[in-house]
Design a protein around this ligand. Structure first.
Ligand SMILES: Cc1cc2nc3c(=O)[nH]c(=O)nc-3n(C[C@H](O)[C@H](O)[C@H](O)COP(=O)(O)OP(=O)(O)OC[C@H]3O[C@@H](n4cnc5c(N)ncnc54)[C@H](O)[C@@H]3O)c2cc1C
Length: 357
């Protein structure tokens, strides 16, 4: 775990030095490449990084997801304090919304933030937090109780050295990256660290996810394109039955399906990112992109493993790593089933408006 932590810190630093993290934040005054986060640039960067290294893609993505709420909802002071170091790679960001009993049903979260004078006391738990254990700050979503459900949640920036915040558990997963469960015990956070208005937390979380959801699709494309490249290389060189594997029509059908699926998912992905950059609502389009790209990438990578035969299941072989890397993408930032519901709800709502109008 220590090795992964070190590698991740190094990648964040290198991405910062290379200027790539400027695309993960918004606001030129704070070191960003543009005033608002450029969704297409984020997608291109993630697709490219994922093609070469799942951990590099993760390091880049988390700087964006972990600071996106500050870029979009922070005060000038909050932006000035956090964003330049995120862009330089000298501070590591994290986004903490999930809890043991609130994953897909995120509005059920229970972590509480109670007002106490000029500060809030946070009590509760967060789990599956990427960068947990190495982050310098966490965007934490906690219940302030204005109303039940989604409307009673607020967002806070919590520095990792705040008393009362404990890294309770480090979690090892199939595609290793820093991940942890956090516990808050009377963790005192100044009211000035709240993002946006009290009760606005759910909206802040959803609009941050709206920007980055299509970039999860882009990462899946990167993994899938690498798998296709590896499959082409292996199948055109592996000799069997007096010819090479790619000479068989059964193999050609696999390659054709992989390439076509990947390109169709790419069109959905960049449509969503483009609409986001135009300032249009993208909830349905981003859900279509995330669902399709992660699902087809899983299938394409599975085909690559099959083409490699036994070599494909050797630990740390490139296609075996891709097989592990892609799996969590179908679960986090909204599982495939959640995306299906988002798409269907959007369609039904649009249809009802049309029928009425
Ligand atoms: C590698 C990794 C990194 C993560 N990083 C972060 C992070 O940085 N910050 C953070 O806050 N969270 C993070 N998460 C948590 C992630 O967002 C949750 O895992 C996700 O929201 C699903 O919640 P859950 O795991 O509790 O599954 P559950 O909510 O228990 O869902 C289990 C399964 O039920 C199915 N399902 C869900 N809803 C429906 C439905 N309506 N109808 C039918 N089936 C349904 C889906 O198949 C889903 O996978 C991460 C998770 C992983 C795996």
């Amino acid at each position: 775990m220590r090795e992964v932590d070190e590698e991740c810190r190094k990648l964040v630093r290198l991405l910062g030095e290379g200027g790539w993290l400027r695309y993960a934040i918004g606001g030129v005054a704070y070191g960003a490449s543009a005033e608002t986060i450029d969704a297409r640039a984020v997608c291109i960067i993630r697709e490219t990084l994922a093609r070469h290294s799942g951990l590099a893609d993760f390091a880049f993505a988390m700087q964006g997801l972990g600071s996106g709420a500050i870029s979009n909802f922070g005060t000038q002071e909050q932006k000035q304090h956090y964003l330049p170091s995120v862009a330089q790679g000298s501070a590591i960001a994290a986004f903490a919304i999930s809890e043991p009993d609130a994953g897909s049903d995120v509005a059920a979260l229970q972590c509480a933030a109670t007002k106490d004078g000029d500060s809030y006391l946070l009590n509760g738990e967060k789990t599956w937090i990427s960068n947990g254990g190495i982050a310098d700050f966490y965007i934490v979503f906690a219940r302030t109780g204005e109303e039940p459900g989604a409307k009673g949640i607020s967002a806070f920036i919590v520095d990792s050295d705040t008393a009362g915040l404990e890294i309770a558990e480090r979690i090892a997963v199939m595609a290793p990256h820093p991940l942890a469960r956090l516990v808050f015990k009377n963790c005192r956070v100044p009211a000035a660290q709240r993002l946006g208005d009290s009760g606005q937390g759910f909206k802040i979380a959803m609009s941050t996810l709206d920007i980055f959801r299509s970039s999860v699709a882009a990462a899946a494309l990167g993994f899938a394109r690498r798998a296709l490249l590896e499959a082409l290389s292996r199948s055109t060189s592996r000799k069997m039955f007096g010819q090479v594997l790619a000479d068989f029509q059964l193999t050609q059908a696999k390659l054709a399906k992989m390439a076509t699926d990947i390109d169709s998912a790419a069109l959905l992905t960049y449509r969503a990112a483009w609409l986001k950059d135009l300032g249009q609502p993208v909830t349905v389009e981003a859900a279509m992109a995330k669902m399709t790209a992660t699902e087809i990438a899983q299938q394409a990578i599975d085909s690559a493993v099959q083409i490699f035969g036994a070599l494909g299941v050797v630990s740390d072989h490139v296609v075996e790593s891709l097989y592990r890397e892609i799996r969590p993408l179908r679960i986090y930032e909204g599982a495939t089933e959640v995306q299906q519901l988002i798409i269907a709800r959007g369609l039904i709502k649009a249809h009802a408006t049309k029928v009425k109008g």
